[in-house]
Structure formats: C-alpha cells, structure tokens
Design a binder for this molecule. Sequence first.
Ligand code: GLU
Length: 486
Amino acid sequence: MSVRVRIAPSPTGSLHIGTARTAVFNWLFARRHQGTFVLRIEDTDLERSRPEHTQNITEGLKWLGLTWDEGPYFQSQRVDLYQQKIQALLDQGLAYRAFESPAELDAMRASQKARNEAPRYDNGHRHLTPEQVSAFVAEGREAVIRFKIDDAREIEWNDLVRGSVAWKGRDLGGDMVIARAAKPLDIGPPLYNFVVVVDDIDMSMTHIIRGEDHIGNTPKQILLYEALGADVPQFGHTPLILNQQGAKLSKRDGVTSISDFQYMGYTPAAIANYMTLLGWSPPEGMNELFTLDEAARVFGFERVNKAGAKFDWDKLNWINSQYLHQLDPATLTDLLIPYWKEAGYSFDPVGDRPWLEQIAQLVGEGMARLDEAIALCRYLFVEDVGFTESAAQHLKQPSVAAALTHILTALEPTADLTAEAAQGLIQDAVKTQGVKKGLVMKSLRAALTGDLQGPDLLQSWLLLHQRQLDHPRLEAAVAIARPNNV
Ligand code: GLU
C-alpha cells in the first residue's frame, strides 16, 4: 500500500512554525516512500477561519518548497459527507442527541470540581426514553450529538515516535460531542475530532503524523475509526517546538509564523533545514546543512526525538548565514532589493544594478539575516549619514583633520576611483602627515561611514565614490575634526 499523508492546518491564523515543521516531516516521509502528500484546510470553524489565513498558509508552504500532490481540500465544502456519517452513527445507536443546556453542563462540572473529581460528561442523556426526548423537544431545547465512549475500553497504539501508547476509555471525558448544538432532528456543525477521522478515512490516509499536542485526541479518533468501520492508520506524534524556558513556543517568544521568518530575512532553504533539525537528527556522517531532497532520502521516524525541541535563534542564524554566503551576488541582490526599498533608500533597481550587486557582494559575508542589510547598508544609500558618538570622538583626535584634509584635497570628486588609487591616497597621507596608517584608516572609516566599524573600508569607499558621496562626507568630517586641532 503506498504511503498517503497529509497536513491539515486550520486557517485561524498564519502558518505557524509548528504546523510548518509537521508539514516538513509529512513531506519528507511521503517523498522517502514515493508516497502522496495531501493538503487539507480544516476550516469547519467558520467564525475563526479566514481566507487570508488560507492564503498565508498555502503561500508559506510553497515558499518552503513543501509542494503538495493533492488538494487543497476544504472541509467547509464537505459538510454533507460529515452529516451522512453522523446520521449513520445515530442510526446504529453509536451516537445520540444530548439536550443538557450550557448552564446544566457548567453545574455538572462545578459539582465534580467540588468533589475533587476530573471534569467529564456524566453520560446522563445516553439512555433517554422517547418520552423524555419529546419533553425536551417540546421545551424548545437544542441538542448536541454525542458519540458513545465505553469507559471500560483500553485503547492502545504503536506510535511511530513514542512506541506503545495506551489510554483508558474512562479518561476520555465521557461521551464526546461530535456535532454542535442544533434544533432536534438537525445536525449541527460537526467538530474536529469527528471530521478529521471522516476525512482521513475518505482520503485513504495511511499515516497520521502530527504534533504531540494532539496525542489526547488519538484514542478518541481510534474509537471513531472503529465505529465507522475503517482500518486505523499509523500514528506518529512529533515533539513540540519549545522556547528556551521549555514552554511551547508562542507569540510571546516573538515570531512564530513562517511569514514572520520570511519578513526577517531567513531563506526558505535555511528555515526548512532548521525545522527538520528541530526534532530529527540526521544519520551519522550526514552534514547538518542539507536540502529537503537530501533529507528525504534518509528520513525515518527512528531518528525523530521524543523530547520537545528547543528553538535556538543562534543556530538558526548560523544556518541562515551559511545559506546567504552561498548565494551569488545577483541572487542576493534580488533578495535584498525589497529590504532596501522598505527602508526608503532611493535607487534605481535597473540603472543602479551593477552598484547594487557590488553592495550585495560587500555585505553578504557579514550577514545572518537579510533584514540586517537595512542597517548595514544605510551609509551607502543615505546622503547625510551623521556620526556615531565614537566616530565623532575619534575625528577630534590630533592629526585626523590634517590627514583627512590631505585626502580630500587630492581626491577628484567626479573622476573614477580605483582600489589602487584609493590606496595611493592613503599612503600619501601617511607619508606626508607622518601619521600611522591605522589612524588614517580609522579616520577615513569614521568620515565615510559615520561609524568605527562596518564592511570592508576600501570597497565601501569605492562604492560611495560612485555615488559621489565620499567628498561631502570628508568635508563634513574635517569640519567637525578641525576645531580641536587648530
Ligand atoms: N486542524 C488540526 C490542526 O491544525 C489538524 C490536526 C491533525 O493533524 O489531525 O492542529
């Protein structure tokens, strides 16, 4: 039987890193076994589901390279099927209508709490007589539909990640609601645990690979497979992604959605690589930098960890920097242009292309994230860069004004400047002013970039010269340097 797996996100928010990592594992498993990877949008919660979230999810999956072979299927378009299946369970006596009002259910829970018992439905309406049902209907009550859960059952499965897992029927909270309240004879909106099983059966899923947060749903779902007369697929519950404190990674930890990572300037290959490492270890001898295709050749659940995976920004940044450093200047330029635009820097993406590619080449080496290019490249784009406190302090040192004035006088603002010529100007200043080369370099950096650190100085100078920004900056630096030196 060929492998069929799915990712089944609910479009109630952007594509979350946890969902994306689950998608990665499903994708890798499907590719490893030449199977089929299905995308199903679980949008039965009509109030919280939004088309823009669906779009964010599908775009995020595509951006990561997690292409699906089937779908997207939308649960909102399959409600007839769910209702038929619920009707079948009602007809077989495996499900029933329960009429308790929300207030009655609250009271039930409150008295259980008072007795120090775990909250559960007491299965009170499991055996209503036809007369009791008629009385509730006459009262105008609505009914939910509950699936019968046998308290005496033991439910066990062999989890692909966790090995043997067992649950007791009596720990499942009593007969479970599979459809929300509706007028009697109607079937209200069906709920997650039910529709997911109907779909996984209908779509012939062989393996259900999902986050560990769903582990408590699995015993309920296994009972539903049995009730619906279907084979139970294999389950694999993957470890959660945790923050550094060991709690589930959430919005409070900063970014959590794939589009946030994209916006911050992580490459899709780096994110996909890092997500795979969050919970899976490559076999001995395999480099930890790999493409999804490379990982798919060796992926298996025997190397998926049981313990939660701590999200480590330093590691992600390191991986991303490795990917950025591999990019050729043209590709890097394409990736950087949106960030420079967003920063409001003025340039002509076509006419200035050679200059922009030189910038990309200059800064690429030092970057871990694309958005760093905004601050890193500011001095190359803006007219008035200003001076940091330390740069201004340096410019006031003795001999700085004289050295910079020497360079300024010799520099032809509009003529081409080569690396050799620029070096010659520096050497001249050293010789004629009798100062150390280090002082001249530091002064030039302060003058040209407004700071004491940054990308390669000589290259920066040549790039600034192409825009005729070096002359005015040297003038401004000399102006603040001179007062202390007269
Ligand atoms: N819609 C569920 C979620 O987003 C899917 C869970 C499952 O894979 O069964 O968590």
